[in-house]
Design a protein around this ligand. Structure first.
Ligand SMILES: *Cc1c(COP(=O)(O)O)cnc(C)c1O
Length: 464
């Protein structure tokens, strides 16, 4: 399996290279050159398999020999061994039509653990073969940082520098990052917003010397391997609800378009997904894009679902690549214009094609709070605000009664317990394992929003 760039001119990579790479050299994102097909019989054969065995079946064609089946089994088994639920991704029924797929039983209580736990182990195995050292640099609004740090802490051949906006992540999120004392973990609080942090990271990647000198690598969802790992739970859930004989609808709380793009890949692989619902908070660029073709950047609004407070959804480019019939050079032009004007009007044919695959919904803060209350009063479940946005979208969607609608529960409610308490009056408790967070010492440095200051900090840490 080869991986090609959405902008048509970077060289193709194999699975090992695409796992370790971030952005392609032409500024594009990597996607598989061909999408493997699972027949109805292949999907039927997934029935009854454990989560780990399902993961091996789904990822084998993408991994394409870079790991043996035995190695893959060891990686997935180890990655999910500490999850707080034996089913790894339990499917919970809310009412006749609605289900919730709980993706928050990992060590940092958000779905990002699914992919990052696996990515951390794959990094280590690849780097152990080449004896190469890499420096992971990332920016986080909270969940990616905690999941990446947990996955990479103490691993050989990797240092991780994680930038978060000072004072703008929840206390649970911050402590999940800053109480990790492994010597290869380096937290930086910057004075600024998440967008500032992301711009700093981008600037470091664009410094070719710096990038090469420290072998920079990325773990945000522009990393293909993260998306590949997330494809698994779409199959796992759909098979439990009757695939390939019965269709399923998924509603996905969306920020960077990574998770829902994994659902799109599952569907292209042959899974019976009737509709993918893109659920956004008031940062609604995707909703405007998918309803009116107006994909233009606004200013970020802070909401109770901060992990979705995003204006530019990087992975949308991967979908556009397919909608532009995989014409990378054409898309490179389109993206160039978008990057300078911060706006894009989708052509009518592209929009029509997108609307065959996706519907979208934007939930206001009031609707989010109402849905948190509804779920608690009608079903007894305490959800988190991101999941509530997915459920609000699912409940607003008109579908025939015999098609189950699965909302992805992307975070544990205790991770956002202040917002949950305000909406429901219930303060969710942290799972036992996370309760020590508030007794541990924190370690991080504070730096200004200045790329030179951050680069010199990183260099000084790496030489000692
Ligand atoms: C990251 C995140 C999302 C958004 O996922 P994308 O892949 O960026 O669309 C939604 N909910 C939670 C809790 C998250 O951490």
């Amino acid at each position: 399996m080869r991986y090609i760039s959405t902008r048509g001119s970077a060289s193709a990579l194999d699975f090992e290279q695409v796992t370790l790479a971030g952005l392609a050299r032409d500024g594009g994102l990597y996607v598989p050159e061909t999408i493997p097909n699972f027949s109805a019989a292949d999907i039927k054969a997934l029935a009854g398999l454990s989560y780990v065995e399902t993961a091996i079946k789904i990822t084998t064609p993408f991994v394409d020999g870079a790991f043996t089946e035995t190695e893959l089994r060891a990686i997935f088994t180890h990655a999910y061994a500490d999850f707080g639920h034996a089913a790894i991704a339990p499917l919970v029924q809310l009412d006749k039509q609605h289900w919730v797929l709980e993706l928050f039983h990992g060590p940092t209580l958000a779905f990002k653990d699914f992919a990052l736990q696996v990515l951390g182990l794959m990094f280590e195995r690849f780097l152990d073969r080449s004896k190469q050292h890499i420096t992971v640099i990332g920016a986080t609004s909270g969940d990616t940082g905690s999941a990446a740090i947990n996955a990479l802490a103490g691993r050989d051949y990797v240092d991780i520098f994680m930038l978060h906006p000072e004072g703008k992540v929840s206390d649970v999120q911050r402590r999940q990052m800053t109480t990790v004392m492994a010597p290869n973990v380096h937290n930086i609080a910057i004075s600024g917003t998440f967008d500032d942090a992301q711009a700093l990271v981008k600037a470091m990647f664009n410094d070719v010397d710096f990038r090469a000198r420290h072998t920079l690598s990325a773990v945000n969802s522009i990393n293909w391997t993260r998306l590949m790992v997330q494809v698994v739970y779409y199959f796992y859930a759909a098979v439990r609800l009757g695939a390939p004989e019965r269709e399923v609808i998924f509603s996905v709380p969306t920020g960077n378009f990574g998770d829902v793009f994994a659902g799109y890949i599952a569907r292209r692989m042959g899974l019976q997904i009737k509709t993918l619902i893109v659920a956004t908070n008031s940062n609604d660029i995707l909703h405007r894009g998918l309803t009116k073709g107006d994909y233009s950047v606004g200013t970020v609004q802070a909401t109770t679902s901060p992990s979705m407070d995003i204006q530019v959804s990087s992975n949308f480019e991967r979908l556009l690549f397919d909608l532009y019939k995989r014409d990378g050079l054409k898309l490179a032009d389109v993206m160039q214009v978008f990057e300078t004007t911060k706006a894009m009007q989708l052509p009518a044919d592209v929009l029509a094609e997108a609307q065959k695959l996706f519907t979208s919904f934007c939930a206001s803060e009031d609707e989010t709070a109402l849905t948190l209350r509804w779920a608690n009063q009608q079903t007894g479940m305490v959800l988190d605000p991101h999941t509530a946005i997915g459920l609000a979208a699912a409940r607003a969607h008109k579908a025939s009664a015999d098609v189950p609608i699965v909302t992805l529960a992307t975070a544990h409610p205790a991770k956002f317990r202040d917002a949950v308490e305000r909406a429901t009056g219930i303060r969710p408790t942290l799972p036992q394992k996370a309760q020590g967070l508030f007794n541990r010492e924190e370690r991080f440095v504070k730096l200004p929003n200045d790329v030179e200051a951050i680069k010199s900090h990183i260099e000084s840490v790496l030489v000692t």
